[in-house]
Design a protein around this ligand. Structure first.
Ligand SMILES: Cc1cc2nc3c(=O)[nH]c(=O)nc-3n(C[C@H](O)[C@H](O)[C@H](O)COP(=O)(O)O)c2cc1C
Length: 212
């Protein structure tokens, strides 16, 4: 039989392991950034990224802009969704693993401790970008969409993508959305359920400096 002290260490160890599966993000910085008209002027698709990782504050600001909660009293989000279904989940593929953004907790929950960035697109640059967001519809939260579910989920993911484009333009980051990926391979790599569907992926990082 295990001694009580060993049991205590085991429980503490398990608690620590649980802890590391969740990354608490800093509160989003809702000040600053370029004015909207300037961000719109600078919005563009980039396909070259520096490998430099995003600092936690930039990651927090990016994810809040993408689909964070901007009206805590109602749970309202920074992007609209058909019938307010909020059926799009934002997954974050980084070198350290695949995470799920949890807006209510302002955290990243570890889904897989694997680098799946290369599977999030068919183009070579996707593995260079430090962050690849993957917008996944969970149709179990969108039963009311009926036959229009794929159309409405695509529209909803588009709003999130544009929020990311504008955040990136506003803060000097590079980004590019894409529909080009091997859907089966990506769904398998992400261990998605049968009622989840990948809609779009979007690379985010610092612009790659021009070679000398
Ligand atoms: C739904 C959608 C899917 C796209 N898929 C890809 C893609 O798979 N790969 C890519 O390099 N760019 C992709 N793009 C980016 C477009 O090619 C880009 O927006 C277009 O060339 C206009 O350039 P701009 O965004 O700089 O204005 C996609 C854009 C949209 C809206």
């Amino acid at each position: 039989m295990m001694k009580p002290i060993c049991l205590l260490f085991l429980i503490l160890g398990m608690a620590a392991a649980q802890e590391s599966k969740s990354i608490r993000l800093p509160a989003p910085d809702l000040s600053g950034g370029k004015p909207l008209m300037q961000a719109l002027r600078e919005r563009k698709t980039s396909r070259e990224f520096s490998a430099k990782p995003l600092p936690p504050q930039a990651l927090a600001d990016l994810l809040w802009s993408a689909f964070g909660i901007n009206r805590p009293a109602t749970g309202g989000r920074t992007a609209p969704s058909a019938m307010n279904a909020q059926e799009i989940d934002v997954y974050v593929a980084m070198a350290a693993g695949l995470y799920l953004y949890e807006p209510a907790k302002n955290s990243l929950e570890l889904v897989l401790p694997e680098d799946i960035r290369a599977v999030t697109g068919r183009q070579a640059f996707v593995k260079d970008a430090p962050v690849n967001l993957v917008y996944v519809a969970d149709f179990s939260r969108a039963k009311k969409f009926g036959e229009r579910k794929e159309f409405l989920a695509a529209a909803d993911a588009g709003f999130i993508s544009q929020n990311v484009y504008l955040y990136c333009a506003s803060s000097g980051l590079a980004t590019g959305v894409r529909a080009s990926f091997d859907e089966q391979a990506l769904s398998r790599a992400m261990h998605l359920k049968s009622d989840q569907k990948v809609i779009l992926a979007q690379a985010v990082g610092y612009p790659r400096p021009p070679s000398p």
